[in-house]
Ligand binder design. Structure first.
Ligand SMILES: [Zn+2]
Length: 59
C-alpha cells in the first residue's frame, strides 16, 4: 500500500502470519478495510496511523 501521508513511499505492511509483528486486515465484502494494530513507520516519514473502516486516523 502507498503511504497515506503523501511522501510517496510504499509501505511494507506484513500481513503474513509468520512474520512478527504482523497486521491483520479485516475485510468483508461490504465492509471497508480495518488494519490493526496501528501502522508506525520506523523509517522514512515516521508516519503513525490507524486504518479503520477504510479511513486513515493519524496518531
Ligand atoms: Zn509517508
Amino acid at each position: 500500500m502507498r503511504c497515506p501521508c503523501g511522501c510517496g513511499d510504499d509501505l511494507e505492511v506484513m500481513l503474513l502470519s509468520e512474520v512478527k509483528p504482523n497486521w491483520s486486515l479485516k475485510t468483508k465484502d461490504e465492509d471497508p478495510p480495518t488494519l490493526r494494530p496501528s501502522v508506525w513507520r520506523k523509517t522514512g516519514c515516521m508516519a503513525h496511523f490507524w486504518l479503520r473502516n477504510g479511513h486513515i486516523h493519524w496518531c
